[in-house]
Design a protein around this ligand. Structure first.
Ligand SMILES: [Ca+2]
Ligand SMILES: [Ca+2]
Ligand SMILES: [Ca+2]
Ligand SMILES: [Ca+2]
Length: 302
């Protein structure tokens, strides 16, 4: 899933209606080379570009939190009183604090302000969820991206499931027998049944699910070693098969989330008392890593 960056040249199509005589006056503004920035509040996000060469800014406020970036596709947003665009000219330079401070600075002052009367906001969002488990994403997705594989059926697709087979041994600890195998990409298959351990819920093939070979009261099979002379955990030792334990709980799963966006405004109509500026299409640019964090999921046992 590649980051998509749209760089659409800013073409200004001006229609101007003078308040008195209808003369055409050409107004231009240029934010093509400016960086799109963002500030987030509790209930709103503001995206903005500042061009101090012309002492001007354009800002998009939307009534949403950063949760919007967790959507694979963000529906187009119609501009309104709660989702709005402002274009301002100032009598001095401004910086990001102008938009990010809870109390905006008193100077510089706004010389003129245009507010969008109408328009549509199109946000192209690229959300990447990743388990960082060592298995390449293309392998974990399977043949159909629309229906990615979910080996253990816990509702978390393999590509961001840190324990793919749901056996409570993290995938990254089940992948390789040794460094040579890792270099050659040969996955560990303890019982030789053709299913690599990270996708095998009975790793040693002894008939007891790996998950249920945790017999000590926690849910971690890695620390249950009844055959101390071998030092091998029970779930990898076919000679140790202790029946009667039913673990009905999954370990917690860590998931990395990363989102990148680009924004285009369509059919934007900016007005002030004297002038109307119409833009068929105005790219605001892109922000990489607009969201970048790690969360812990607790999949429900079924
Ligand atoms: Ca899963
Ligand atoms: Ca996985
Ligand atoms: Ca396994
Ligand atoms: Ca077993």
């Amino acid at each position: 899933m590649k980051l998509k960056i749209w760089l659409i040249s800013v073409v200004i199509i001006n229609t101007f209606s003078s308040c008195d005589d209808g003369d055409l006056i050409v107004t231009s503004f240029d934010f093509e080379d400016q960086t799109l920035q963002i500030c987030g509040g509790e209930n709103a996000l503001v995206f903005f570009k500042i061009n101090n060469d012309a002492q001007e800014s354009i800002a998009l406020n939307i009534a949403s939190t950063s949760d919007i970036f967790l959507q694979e596709e963000i529906e187009d947003i119609e501009l309104s009183t709660t989702n709005f665009v402002t274009y301002r000219k100032y009598n001095g330079d401004i910086d990001a604090s102008y938009f990010c401070s809870s109390v905006p600075p008193t100077s510089p002052q706004v010389n003129s302000e245009y507010l969008a009367e109408s328009g549509t906001v199109a946000i192209d969002n690229t959300l990447i969820l990743d388990d960082d488990d060592g298995v390449p994403e293309e392998e974990e997705l399977g043949n159909n991206e629309d229906e990615p594989m979910d080996t253990d059926g816990d509702g978390i697709p393999d590509y961001y499931d840190a324990d793919d087979d749901g056996d409570n041994v993290p995938t990254r600890l089940e992948l390789f027998e040794n460094e040579t195998d890792e270099e050659n990409g040969i996955y560990k298959d303890t019982d030789g049944d053709g299913i690599p351990d990270y996708l095998d819920d009975d790793d040693d093939g002894d008939g007891i699910l790996t998950r249920n070979e945790s017999t000590d009261g926690d849910i971690d099979p890695l620390n249950d070693i009844n055959d101390e002379s071998s030092g091998i955990p029970d779930f990898l030792n076919a000679n140790v098969a202790i029946p009667g334990f039913e673990i009905e709980e999954y370990i917690l799963h860590s998931v990395n989330r990363n989102a990148s966006i680009s924004i285009v405004l369509f059919n934007l109509v900016l007005v002030n008392a004297d002038e109307t500026i119409v833009q068929e299409s105005l790219s605001l640019g892109a922000i990489s890593d607009v969201l970048n964090d790690t969360i812990i999921l607790a999949p429900e046992f079924q």
